[in-house]
Design a protein around this ligand. Structure first.
Ligand code: UDP
Ligand code: MG
Length: 342
């Protein structure tokens, strides 16, 4: 990914980067930080040091200040402040670009993804898997949300060109080779779990129980979730577009049958005026088919538009860390490097 405001990270061997996208998480962050810090011993057993790479996705509460305090006190914490709220998938992508680890974990900041599962992921990584993704055995969320997720993953799998593992979110562990491949993909609207499947390599799923959010409120509103679902469906499947043609053929056939019936009524039925009902139905039917079709085409067109504009997925305002190599706060945005390519 060519990125206007960030130099590519130089990987460090023996380092695990834990990428945490964050949007207004002031209530849960202290607990998250404590739980992850407890992992130090377990990770040392794997011969790994770790960095917490927290991406502040344009938070408007105390999250930015809190994160800077963490970074000032702990050498293991690095904070990437995005210029505004770019969305969860963009925040994850920013984390992947900046992460220096030989191996990189992605998890939610609200402790729904328990850090204690990481050793099981690392075991698979050591076995030679380059992508270890988490599969949710169960969810501690409302019935409606669980049902929506269940339907979405099955629909996505049914119509997408690749086989995206069912019930796997962004929680995963990636080898440096997988991170580099993901970073090299130029697409702007990133559905990370789909791209992760698409790159291939050696992949395996590990089951886990998804916890409830520990504190604070979800930033994913219903409309953001629908957006994410549409992004996933549209970026990994052409089936909706093909459906438009099929709908067209179907409605042509229906109109032809109706035409025959109307002709029959005109010739043999004296009370032809009754036909206004069928005419009204036909107009409504054709109108809605056309609107749906235009809508589907519009979804693809709007994505082409975004890709053609070529704006970056995210902009990094600054990166804070305890002892940066060049001292103090790095104002990344102040030194644009267009040639920085990964
Ligand atoms: N998040 C983000 N930017 C956003 C929305 C969410 O970085 O615009 C982060 C959020 O802080 C959390 C993760 O993405 O770490 C998942 O979000 P949330 O818990 O709101 O979603 P849910 O778990 O309810 O799907
Ligand atoms: Mg959550």
């Amino acid at each position: 990914m060519t990125h206007p405001t960030h130099e590519p990270a130089v990987p460090v061997s023996g380092l695990l980067s834990v990428v945490l996208p964050c949007h207004n998480e002031q209530q849960v962050l202290p607990a998250t930080y404590d739980r992850l810090s407890l992992m130090t011993v377990a990770l040392a057993e794997w011969g790994l040091d770790y960095e917490l790479l927290i991406v502040n996705d344009g938070s408007t509460d105390d999250t930015p200040e809190m994160l800077d305090r963490f970074a000032a006190a702990d050498v293991r914490v690095r904070v990437v402040h995005l210029a505004r709220n770019f969305g969860h998938q963009a925040a994850v992508s920013a984390g992947l670009l900046v992460a220096r680890g030989e191996v990189v974990a992605i998890m939610d900041a609200d402790l729904q993804d328990p850090p204690e599962v990481l050793p099981a992921f690392l075991a698979k990584w050591r076995e030679g898997y380059q992508v270890v993704y988490a599969i949710r055995r169960n969810r501690k969320e409302g019935l409606l949300k669980r049902g929506a997720y269940w339907t979405f993953y099955r629909l996505l799998n049914a119509i997408s060109e690749i086989s995206i593992p069912l019930d796997s979110g962004d929680f995963c562990l990636l080898d440096r080779s997988a991170v580099n491949l993901l970073n090299s993909l130029p697409e702007r609207q990133r559905f990370v779990r789909g791209l992760r499947t698409w790159i291939g390599l050696k992949q395996i799923g590990v089951e886990y129980d998804r916890d409830a959010r520990q504190a604070g409120r979800p930033s994913y509103t219903a409309s953001k979730l629908v957006r994410l679902a549409v992004d996933g469906l549209v970026s990994f499947s052409n089936v909706p577009l093909k459906l438009v043609t099929r709908l067209g053929i179907l409605s042509l056939f229906a109109s032809f049958c109706m035409g025959l019936w109307v002709l029959y009524a005109f010739l043999y039925d004296a009370e032809t005026l009754r036909g206004w009902t069928s005419t009204a139905c036909l107009i409504l039917f054709m109108g809605s088919v056309q609107m749906i079709s235009l809508g589907i085409i519009g979804e693809y067109l709007s994505r082409i538009f975004v890709e053609v504009k070529g704006r970056p997925t995210f902009l990094i305002a600054r990166v804070t860390q305890h002892e940066p190599p060049r001292g103090g706060q790095i104002e990344v945005g102040a030194r644009p490097r267009r040639e920085a390519t990964r």
